[in-house]
Design a protein around this ligand. Structure first.
Ligand code: ADP
Length: 572
């Protein structure tokens, strides 16, 4: 049962066992709701048959019953609400921990708003279902079985007049399950699409405004919302038939009980007191069924959310053993990699020697950035091997690997905090002086001096208050501060103007001296002196060696050099 609940609702071990306690206490509580009725029946029976129990016995029974109910209420409340609150916290933390362990390839396949929604909104929905629907659903079912036994023992025909409609009502409810799951799933997917559209409409304001796309965007978002409304209404209607039938049967149960009971009473098959008891039980149970219907709908409603969380939890994490990396040469051996079905790296082999500069060149889209992502283990390759320090990179703990690698990519990611803290990310224990020294080496000093609070200026979401070149220099300062033996640079000069580029060239040269460097640059001049140049084409290595060798042997390289000379000569 624990494993079923864990898997079905993606709970932790303790969460699943707490929910079982909540179900058991809830079932006992539901059954105990019959206690006052039973006591009064016993008392009335005594009254009618002349064997009236003493007032003292009556008071003891009432107080005992109330005490039992109070204790069950307390235990059940604690088991459901308090425990579920902490389980929701555990679910969120576990999910966040899991996301931390996943390779970057996972994030490229998932929308960010989707993941944020999974951690915040989906878990809130699950939390609500865990505290309300799930324990109540199961405890009502268990209570129903317990009560059914009593009802059958006391009077079989009257018991059946309650049990048969209940089972029929459940059967219709169960029949509606697949329709409800299918329709709520569609609605869920549509809501995700809406969230993505909203996010895109907000993020792409610059393009929307400059290309006058306001009206088209507004119409697109409005159409999407309208669509989701239609899907929602369809979902409600498709569930309506089986759910209404189930409700109708539950509501008619009382009529059936009165009908069967009257015939039995007329034929001395039941006493008036028992008949009244069964009528009361029937009305209680039909109410409970309506309650179960609501809980069942909520359980199905969270189904898609749970599937989403399960798929995150089941994604393989990047594992590996702790290792001290000494030899920093990186060796690609027949490596392949695909983004879903898009085979981008198709058997690449080359070595980036320790302490040397290796340049990756090739036409746009040939897989250079992807190769760099694989070398940094931000993505895991599919086949072949990338070896470092004599081991398969996949067998080294990412923590140990990342310690040795600094990455400066074209797309710089900055946090909405101060300049100082953004650079300190390179080495969290660095002093302010060390951070400022790295900033000076990366030529950040001048522009930081012009910011309102200097190094303490908050730079906005993803450094929105800085220019492309300034953001790039901050990321270089981070790498300088990190001082790692392997440096991966991807088109870092692409966002720099000529003055900036010149400025950081010297600091970059001192940064990469004696280190293992893999660099991608479209400025062919800047990589001509690299120790090794790897020419890539269509996800394969076309040529490998120094500039002079490649000029003779690699048509792609020669072509790129010629084109770059033409580009240099271009005037507007
Ligand atoms: P290059 O750096 O040589 O220009 P990339 O490695 O960036 O090439 O891209 C190679 C191919 O992989 C391109 O066709 C590109 O569309 C695709 N690609 C790159 N990044 C992703 C991604 N995150 N998801 C899916 N496809 C991608």
């Amino acid at each position: 049962m624990i494993n079923y609940l864990k898997n079905r609702f993606q709970l932790s071990d303790s969460g699943a066992s707490e929910i079982i306690r909540a179900i058991v206490s809830g079932a006992l509580l539901a059954a105990s709701n019959m206690i006052p009725m039973i006591i009064i029946m016993l008392f009335t029976q005594g009254l009618l048959e002349g064997g009236l129990p003493s007032l003292q016995t009556f008071i003891i029974l009432i107080c005992g019953g109330a005490l039992v109910m109070f204790v069950l209420y307390y235990v059940n409340y604690n088991d459901t609400y308090t425990v579920v609150y902490s389980e929701a916290k555990t679910l969120r933390i576990n999910l966040a921990e899991k996301l931390k362990e996943l390779p970057l390839s996972f994030f490229s396949k998932h929308d960010m708003s989707d993941l944020a929604q999974a951690i915040m909104k989906d878990i809130t929905d699950i939390e609500h279902a865990l505290s309300h629907a799930i324990p109540k659903f199961y405890s009502n079912l268990i209570a129903f079985v317990l009560i059914s036994v009593l009802l059958l023992v006391w009077n079989v025909p009257l018991g059946l007049s309650i049990i048969i409609p209940t089972i029929l009502s459940f059967a219709f409810l169960y029949l509606s399950k697949s329709i409800q799951i299918r329709e709520t799933n569609k609605y869920f997917v549509k809501l995700r699409e809406n969230a993505e559209k909203f996010q895109q409409a907000i993020e792409l304001q610059q393009e929307i405004k400059s290309y006058r796309l306001e009206e088209a965007t507004r119409k697109d978002v409005a159409a999407s919302i309208e669509d989701s409304e239609k899907i929602h209404i369809r979902a409600e209607f498709s569930q309506a038939v089986p759910v209404t039938l189930s409700g109708f049967i539950a509501r008619s149960m009382l009529g059936v009980t009165i009908f069967v009971g009257s015939i039995l009473y007329a034929n001395d098959g039941v006493t008036l007191l028992y008949l009244l008891g069964y009528i009361l039980a029937s009305s209680r149970i039909s109410e409970a069924i309506l309650d179960i219907q609501m809980n069942f709908a909520e359980m199905l409603y969270i189904d898609s959310r749970i599937k989403n969380i399960r798929s995150i939890n089941e994604t393989a994490i990047q594992s590996g053993e702790s290792a001290e990396i000494r030899d920093t040469a990186i060796e690609f051996k027949d490596v392949t990699f695909a983004y879903d079905d898009n085979h981008v790296i198709n058997g690449v082999s080359f070595t980036a020697p320790a302490g040397k500069v290796t340049a990756l060149v090739g036409p746009s889209g040939c897989g250079k950035t992807t190769a760099l992502r694989l070398a940094s283990r931000l993505y895991d390759y599919d086949q072949g091997e990338i070896r470092i320090d004599g081991r398969d990179m996949k067998n080294i703990a990412t923590e140990d690997l990342f310690k040795k690698i600094s990455i400066v990519f074209q797309d710089v990611t900055l946090f909405n905090t101060t300049v100082l803290e953004n650079i300190r990310i390179g080495r969290p224990d660095a002093s302010d002086e060390e951070v400022k020294k790295a900033a000076r080496l990366a030529n950040c000093d001048e522009f930081v001096g012009n910011l309102p609070d200097g190094y303490d200026t908050i730079i906005g979401e993803n450094g929105g208050k800085l220019s492309g070149g300034e953001r790039q220099r901050l990321s270089i300062a981070r790498a300088i501060l990190k001082n790692s033996p392997i440096i991966l640079l991807d088109e870092i000069s692409a966002a720099l103007d000529i003055e900036n580029e010149k400025k950081i060239q010297d600091s970059l040269n001192s940064l990469i001296k004696g280190r293992t460097v893999i660099i991608i640059s479209h400025r062919m001049k800047s990589i001509e002196n690299a120790d090794t140049i790897v020419v890539m084409k269509d996800g394969l290595v076309e040529g490998l060696g120094k500039h002079a060798h490649l000029m003779k042997n690699s048509p792609t390289y020669r072509d790129m050099i010629e084109k770059s000379q033409l580009t240099d000569a271009f005037t507007y």
